[in-house]
Design a protein around this ligand. Structure first.
Ligand code: SAM
Length: 187
């Protein structure tokens, strides 16, 4: 199993990192964690925090389980074999990461964005990143960013977008004053 994380994953974690600097005990969720590269980086970033990996693919999670053996053993990480829309944790998360999870851009009005908003604690941050086959942001990743930004905006998050070396990205913040799920956001 190659251990070097792909550039898209490193770029996304680097973008999320500043939001975690003052939250050493943060609870972070990676949606669509795949084989666990992002989870490993997040665990290294947050030795006193907790990292959850969520994926609907059992084979991907089997790889993640091997990669995360130590933090899982230490209780600093857990893996959830679920679809995002069926995930009901006991507590909300301080940050959510998703890299190349197409539910956020193929179905703008679908359940993925409201589900993520509901998983965030007040003040929590979500970072969605989209790579392109070319390895640098292109029209495809720009389209994904635009669609995902629109989806997060509809849920009432404060949204910013940008591009990095290997990705286009969308950041959403659940402001402390933001209302809970609204009828509009549920549609
Ligand atoms: C293209 S892979 C990206 C994996 C990893 N983030 C990366 O960049 O290496 C997308 C992953 O998201 C998972 N996924 C897609 N939609 C999902 C959903 N609704 N709930 C949970 N996992 C999902 C897939 O099973 C897959 O492992």
């Amino acid at each position: 199993m190659p251990d070097r994380p792909p550039a898209r994953v490193r770029g996304a974690v680097d973008l999320l990192a500043p939001a975690l600097v003052e939250r050493p005990h943060a609870r972070v969720l990676e949606v669509g964690c795949g084989v666990g590269h992002g989870l490993a980086l997040l665990c290294a970033l947050l030795p006193d925090g907790h990292v959850t990996g969520l994926d609907r693919s059992s084979s991907a999670l089997a790889h993640a389980e091997r990669r995360l053996a130590r933090p899982l053993d230490e209780g600093r990480a857990d893996l959830q074999h679920r679809d995002l829309t069926a995930f009901r944790p006991d507590r909300p998360y301080d940050a959510v990461l998703a890299v190349d999870v197409n539910a956020f851009w193929t179905d703008q009005a679908g359940p993925a964005a409201p589900a993520v908003r509901d998983l965030l604690a007040p003040g929590g941050v979500v970072l969605l990143a989209f790579s392109s086959p070319a390895g640098a942001p292109d029209e495809r990743s720009a389209d994904a960013v635009a669609a995902a930004a629109e989806a997060l905006l509809r849920t009432g998050l404060d949204v910013t977008t940008g591009t990095g070396d290997a990705i286009g990205w969308v950041r959403g913040v659940r402001t402390r004053s933001a209302p809970g799920r609204t009828a509009a956001a549920r549609r």
